[in-house]
Design a protein around this ligand. Structure first.
Ligand SMILES: [Zn+2]
Length: 253
């Protein structure tokens, strides 16, 4: 059994989500952590919680200009839901510029403080912002996932030493992806599996819409990288997910 620790299963991408869950189950993916990015998607995450579907709610840095105070209140209001396992997807993104750097850091810190206060893990988005991400996270006592990690081995070790694990997704299956070298220097304790559906579809399905069912392919890819079985990758990454997400339980099969 496998876990997709990071997906965006929204009606605007998929229409009816039941089929997505059926496809996932048919490929040994029993748990999906659905990540919100703004008020509307957070509400949808909460609405779609189910046997297979856990949730993370948060305000993504790309929404720093438009979020409202009530969007933060909504996160706090729903934090005690037993199926809401993290605050996410939150973080810093300077890919399109740093004009709103301080506003991003403020929004990030606001949500990290809530996570610390309520003792809940975080799912971190960091793009072209490694130094600020590390310095901001260091102000808090938190654990969580560095979603779609794409840095150096040194950066990986810094995050691991801070109590985070790395999220690995379809990007690692892309030709010439440098991440393979990074992961060869890590262990099976250091990462969890994710798809980031509907984005980042793994090879050889690129060009089609990503789905949680492709976790199976990512687990097989990692198995080959580490010279082991996908079942062993599943066992280890499930344990890592359980270590990070306190509210997660793995269904008996
Ligand atoms: Zn995401």
């Amino acid at each position: 059994m496998l876990i997709d620790t990071h997906a965006h299963i929204e009606e605007k991408y998929y229409g009816k989500i039941e089929q997505i869950i059926r496809n996932a189950n048919a490929n040994d993916v029993s748990i999906i952590i659905n990540n919100g990015t703004d008020m509307q998607s957070n509400q949808e995450v909460v609405k779609n919680l189910s046997h297979n579907m856990y949730g993370a709610i948060g305000i993504h840095p790309e929404n720093v200009e438009t979020y409202q105070k009530e969007d933060i209140d909504y996160i706090i209001k729903n934090i005690h839901n037993p199926k809401i396992v993290a605050i996410g997807e939150i973080g810093l993104d300077y890919h399109y510029g740093k004009e709103n750097r301080l506003a991003q850091i403020k929004l990030f810190e606001t949500q990290l403080a809530i996570a610390e206060n309520y003792n809940i893990p975080v799912i971190i988005h960091s793009r072209d912002a490694t130094e600020d991400t590390i310095n901001t996270l260091k102000k808090f006592h938190l654990k969580g996932v560095i979603h779609s990690f794409s840095g150096s081995i040194e950066t990986a070790k810094t995050y691991l030493n801070m109590g985070f694990v790395l999220g690995v997704n379809g990007v690692i299956t892309f030709k010439n992806c440098q991440l393979k070298e990074v992961y060869k220097n890590l262990t099976l304790n250091d990462f969890v599996l994710e798809t980031d559906s509907p984005y980042l579809t793994p090879h050889p399905y690129r060009g089609t819409q990503n789905e949680p069912k492709y976790i199976k392919d990512i687990s097989e890819f990692m198995a080959e990288l580490y010279g082991t079985s996908w079942q062993n990758i599943a066992e280890n990454t499930n344990q890592n997910a359980l270590r990070i997400f306190d509210k997660l339980t793995i269904p008996m099969v």
